[in-house]
Design a binder for this molecule. Sequence first.
Ligand SMILES: Cc1ncc(COP(=O)(O)O)c(C=O)c1O
Length: 427
Amino acid sequence: MTIVVRQASTTATSAAPAAVRAKLDVERVRTDFPLLVQERGGKPLVYLDNAATTQKPRAVVEALKGYYETYNANIHRGVYQLSQRSTEAYESARVKLQRFVNAAQPQEIVFVRGATEGINLVAHSYGRSSLAAGDEVVISAMEHHSNIVPWQIVCEATRARLRVVPMTDDGELELDEYEKLLGPKTKLVGLVHVSNSLGTVNPVREMIAIAHGHNIPVLVDGAQATPHMAVDVQDLDCDFYAVSGHKMFGPTGIGILYGKAELLNAMPPFQGGGEMIRSVCFDKTTYAPLPAKFEAGTPNIAGAIGLGAAVDYLNGLSWEAIQAHERDLLRYATESLKSIPGLHLLGTAKEKASVVSFVHDAVHAHDIGTVLDQEGVAIRAGHHCTQPVMERLGVPATARASFAFYNTRGEVDALVRAVHRVHEVFG
Ligand SMILES: Cc1ncc(COP(=O)(O)O)c(C=O)c1O
């Protein structure tokens, strides 16, 4: 029997054999995602661009609809019931996110537009106020542009220097070189938890401990981690953790930045405006306590509530079951694609999330993407906002299939069939 494992019932079913407990009922889960049931040119849609954005379960869509249809009102300001209801829903979403990443308190969760804005918040608030000429920021060779460019901007403004942890041909960070880069000049380390272009899962816990050995705070870009694994910011002991809502089955335009309260309290505001103040006069403005200090203006209320619904949805599944399924998809896709002549996989780290990047000897990644689209298979082709990774690996672009827990082995077969079709088209 195949069951959808609900976390709430794991204690009740703890006598069940581990193999049964860990099995995800994918076909059942797929019925929660309305978009997946459609065709592309007469063929079933095979959506394998989950690293770009994930599809949304009906519960998320309904949470958005419910908010707009029944209790849309601005938060924190109204004395009337509608506003109180939306405030409660917004703040209760914050608590859901707090528990989701296991932050110590809700005040450590700042709602932002996405991982990009979370990282910019740290760069422009923490970075600008703590960097001086000659200081250094250390990031890795496999960062998304959103964890490179903000640091370049802030380093240029403060005359600090950006240092880069190199990676191996397999797409693993060189930890010896990392240690060598850290020193008294280093003011912050920024690391991607899971690489979006290669799938590498970096040993961030270990890397954070090393940085803390030098009293250096660490920002983790968790955009690609939270869709695939349980994240515990207290266990990681990271100082900042950026999360993207739309990559973890929530709406676009919402995400969170986790920050340790001590650091967030000491940091200057990122943006000024309504909501983030305690009092304003022309001589002096004082700021609101956390987290309002970092939430200037009317936030994405519906987005936060929708993200809370995505967390509820994920809490109804089991990470153990999700990971077992995604590992199987990764293995199956890797083996199947490896056997295709002329095709090369990039990113073969030992620890990987379900992302497969590949190039072909004779066909450009964009042409692969176009042919696959005609077969109903949606993948991403390009540099994936990681141009330095492409340069390091000596390719202009890759084709990337990225899997979520709702993908199936049958869809991997469709991908492989479509790649064979590329051969037929391009001879
Ligand atoms: C590793 C990584 N970091 C950051 C981002 C940016 O996330 P967001 O779209 O939430 O700004 C992405 C998006 O592709 C990503 O893959």
